[in-house]
Design a protein. Structure first.
Length: 123
């Protein structure tokens, strides 16, 4: 697309668009359509504003500091996960051992399919 130029927006316009999204609670695509701009452009502006104001990204972007209660909960969850991983490994080892013991003992004899082969078509 040679010859096309990027649209430039004044900082006041950007701030106003972000303010509309924040104050009205409308979805970004609706506000972008109303303003005649690309929804991804407005989304980026909103994300930059959230980042500048120190708010979490909302979709796991995070990166901020945790409150004391959150850090305690995180530590507890990590300990719980480690214990569950160990328990799973023990149960898996026990299951594998039991399976190996059962494979050594024949449970049933497979029938030979040749004895039951069809001799001819039925009348």
């Amino acid at each position: 697309m040679a010859g096309t130029t990027r649209r430039r927006f004044y900082p006041e316009f950007r701030a106003g668009a972000v303010r509309i999204v924040k104050e009205t609670g409308k979805p970004v695509p609706h506000v972008a359509r109303d303003l005649g701009i690309n929804e991804y452009t407005l989304h980026n502006w909103v994300q930059m504003d959230r980042h500048a104001n120190g708010q979490a990204g909302g979709n796991g972007g995070g990166g901020g500091t945790l409150k004391e209660s959150e850090s305690e909960e995180l530590a507890w969850l990590r300990r719980e996960k480690a214990e569950l991983v160990k328990q799973h490994a023990r149960e898996k080892a026990a299951w594998e051992k039991e399976r190996a013991e059962l494979e050594d003992v024949p449970m049933f004899v497979k029938p030979s399919l040749r004895r039951f082969a069809l001799v001819g078509a039925l009348p």
